[in-house]
Write a protein that binds this ligand. Structure first.
Ligand SMILES: *Cc1c(COP(=O)(O)O)cnc(C)c1O
Length: 352
């Protein structure tokens, strides 16, 4: 029997397009819990709302699911080096797997727009970190160009192994809930993940493992919403740095997921994102990063607009761990109460 801790290749390898001879590597990724909402789901009138806690992956985001498959394939092909452009989490994941499996790792990031924890992760795992004076879209363009000329493996989600690995999250949701939900909500940046989930749900449905297909609801930040506008955005802006992308690589995959599932991709403002993040932390005990909270914000928008009916079974994918980006929430936190060191002052400070 395979257990969660063995990772996505051991657990789902027979359903991945990965050469049989590729090494069965793992860092214990996948197998993340689906936690039921106690407060927000009932208040929205949903039959159920679950949060898929992808922040519990080894490097704190869902990127590990696809990275393990991409790195396994890179090793199989004899590659010595991997490279990615990243808004942060792909670089953290590439650095960890690259370090563990002996590959030189280079990550290219937009200068000044990476959450502090993610940058520390890339560096502590030993990646070479290069920053560009521009956004993610520029970083990806130059990395792709470099890969055409040099023997370095690209591990962005343009690498098909990434999408393959990431589809396993859909398999897990079906396993854990006994069927696919009515609605799956997730943030959309470069659009690899919505493409991967939709593939996973369709495969489960085709194979008779689920009776229904979910409607896919994608959340983009209103300052970085190319899929909503229907055209690339030149200078995307949002507090949710993981989805600060103006020209998604998997554009068509996202449009297909939306249209084939009769779902929706809508924009949500940074205020709504931060508010959803705050309520997840305070009411549900879950600290996700801002981009992740766009899943809840878009679901709430869909409920408010009547696009999602009461009585629906919904899952929100919380893609990354809030600890990566403390700076995003600090300004809104209540101040720490300072006292002198005695019980009387403590009692006074807490109103006893
Ligand atoms: C990468 C990432 C996203 C966006 O996923 P795409 O596949 O690029 O659409 C969302 N949230 C977090 C935390 C991420 O790391």
């Amino acid at each position: 029997m395979t257990t969660r801790a063995q990772g996505v290749i051991a657990r789902w390898g027979d359903r991945l397009a990965l050469p049989a001879m590729a090494p069965r590597i793992s860092l214990g990724e996948g197998g993340t819990p689906c936690v039921e909402s106690l407060t927000i789901g009932p208040s929205l009138g949903l039959a159920s709302l679950h949060f898929k806690l992808e922040g519990l992956n080894p490097t704190g985001s869902f990127k590990d699911r696809g990275m393990v498959v991409a790195v396994a394939n890179a090793l199989h092909e004899g590659s010595r080096a991997i490279i990615c452009a990243s808004t942060g989490n792909t670089s953290a994941s590439a650095a960890a797997y690259g370090g563990r499996f002996g590959l030189r790792t280079v990550v290219v990031v937009p200068r000044g727009h990476i959450a502090s924890g993610k940058l520390v992760q890339a560096r502590v795992h030993g990646a070479t970190v290069v920053s560009v004076n521009g956004g993610f879209d520029l970083a990806l363009r130059i990395v792709r160009e470099l890969c055409e000329r040099h023997p370095v493996t690209l591990v962005n989600s343009l690498n098909p192994n990434r999408i393959e690995g990431q589809k396993t999250a859909a398999f897990e949701i079906v396993d854990e809930l006994g069927d696919a939900p009515d609605v799956l909500a997730l943030p959309v940046g470069n659009a690899g993940n919505i493409t991967a989930y939709w593939r996973g749900f369709r495969e489960d449905h085709r194979d008779g493992r689920s009776t229904r297909l979910p409607r896919m609801f994608g959340g983009q930040a209103s300052g970085a919403a190319p899929l909503v506008l229907g055209r690339p955005v030149d200078d995307p802006q949002t507090v949710a740095t993981a989805i600060r992308i103006g020209n998604p690589a998997s554009w068509q995959g996202a449009v297909d997921a939306r249209d084939q599932s009769e779902g929706m991709i809508a924009s949500v403002g940074d205020d709504a994102i931060l508010d959803a993040q705050r309520r997840l932390a305070r009411l549900e005990g879950i600290f996700c990063e801002p981009a992740s909270a766009a899943s809840l914000a878009v679901l709430e928008r869909a409920v408010a607009e009547g696009a999602v009916a009461p009585g629906t079974h919904a899952v929100c994918v919380l893609t990354g761990n809030g600890l990566k980006d403390p700076g995003a929430v600090e300004a809104a936190l209540t101040p720490i109460v300072e006292i002198s060191s005695n019980a009387g002052a403590l009692a006074h400070a807490i109103g006893l």
